[in-house]
Design a protein around this ligand. Structure first.
Ligand code: DC
Length: 224
């Protein structure tokens, strides 16, 4: 019998360090990483391109019906996303797309249209997925569930440094506001809100260096 490879679900608020931690854990543990936030970002990007307001339920339903989202893993282990044939991976990391992603993510049709894709990606095991509802909705039977968090100030600081390093014209104060607004929207929505699964291991990364978080997660992954 081939050994069953682990399925790891990592959820948490924006800026908790999920994607950089998961990418490194995936590299060291030989798992495939899927950044599910990139999928919602891609749909937020598409809504903007198509001139669709995420608050317009009927227009979003129409958009969802024709949407084709494809995923791949880049040479650096990062998730690449194509929407209707266009690779949008390099255009979805702006603060504006963050807010659009959060807005479209509250639409049931959007969540439904991404569910099968995420489950298929995890079907063979040997994966680590990060998002907001992975342990609660997408993969409730995951072998390991982590809820990775940090204080809003620490998360805003990290997000700000990341954006500033990419040359985005942002301030720490504006980034903190965006982080808090997205937390409220993601945790307060009716469908699949951000919350820890009952059986998730909570990890607060506020005071922990990156390497310590990575090693902690690696120590929790079940083997064989
Ligand atoms: O992880 P991220 O910041 O790239 O995610 C962008 C937005 O997508 C986030 O504000 C909420 C939404 N999202 C979600 O609702 N469910 C997921 N599994 C992943 C992201």
């Amino acid at each position: 019998m081939p050994e069953r490879r682990p399925v790891v679900a990592v959820d948490g608020p924006s800026g908790a360090g999920k994607s950089s931690v998961c990418r490194e854990v995936a590299r060291r543990a030989g798992l495939v990483y899927l950044d599910t936030g990139a999928l919602y970002r891609a749909i937020g990007w598409k809504a903007r391109e198509a001139g669709v307001d995420p608050a317009d339920g009927a227009a979003m339903e129409t958009l969802c019906r024709s949407l084709r989202v494809e995923i791949a893993t880049g040479p650096d282990g990062a998730t690449r996303v194509r929407v209707d044939g266009t690779d949008v991976s390099d255009h979805i990391r702006t603060p504006q797309v963050s807010l659009l992603a959060s807005a479209v993510a509250a639409r049931p049709c959007v969540r439904q249209s991404l569910l099968a894709l995420q489950r298929e990606a995890a079907a063979q095991g040997g994966v680590i997925l990060d998002g907001r509802d992975i342990g609660t909705v997408v993969l409730p039977d995951a072998d390991l569930k982590i809820f990775l968090t940090a204080s809003p100030e620490v998360r805003a600081r990290r997000r700000f440094e990341e954006l500033a390093a990419r040359g985005e014209a942002v301030t720490y104060e504006a980034t903190l506001k965006e982080v808090v607004a997205r937390d409220e929207a993601d945790a307060g929505r009716a469908v699949a809100p951000l919350k820890p699964a009952a059986d998730a291991v909570r990890v607060d990364s506020s005071m922990l260096p990156f390497e310590a978080v990575v090693e902690h997660l690696l120590s929790l992954i079940p083997h064989g």
